[in-house]
Write a new protein. Structure first.
Length: 143
């Protein structure tokens, strides 16, 4: 479950990185260029990754026995809000007949999308720590 969540986070982060490059190209439309052809693909993958992500995280909290569960579930509620708001923004962009670099630049600047990315960076770091055993510091007695 944790690996699936990490993969979803990575997919959204990869989308954002692509969108940054796309925004810098100054394209009037997603028609007629290689990156223009890819922008909708990246956005659709992000939609797929975000759909159900908060529910998967809530399930992981229970399955993994993360404690204190109330703290994790409070964060999942924040993630749910930010994911829902970002999904609405991404889907309205996808509904446009042409996706310009300027439109993507505005999506990138959206406070909703930026909040989601920050949530995912935080979640990703927490998940990386969940898979690593705690390092024990053993005091040396000089032997």
């Amino acid at each position: 479950m944790l690996a699936e969540i990490r993969d979803r986070c990575d997919t959204v982060e990869e989308c954002y990185e692509f969108l940054l490059a796309y925004a810098a190209q100054g394209l009037p439309s997603d028609q007629g260029s290689k990156s223009g052809g890819q922008v909708r693909e990246f956005l659709h993958r992000a939609v797929d990754a975000l759909t159900g992500l908060p529910e998967a995280c809530a399930m992981a909290v229970k399955q993994e026995g993360l404690e204190p569960a109330s703290k994790y579930l409070a964060f999942v509620a924040v993630l749910e809000r930010d994911a829902r708001d970002s999904l609405a923004a991404i889907e309205v962009v996808l509904a446009q007949p042409a996706i310009s670099s300027q439109l993507i630049d505005n999506l990138n600047a959206s406070i909703h999308f930026r909040a989601l990315l920050t949530d995912l960076f935080l979640l990703g770091e927490i998940l990386r720590k969940q898979n690593k055993p705690a390092v024990e510091v053993v005091a040396s007695d000089g032997d």
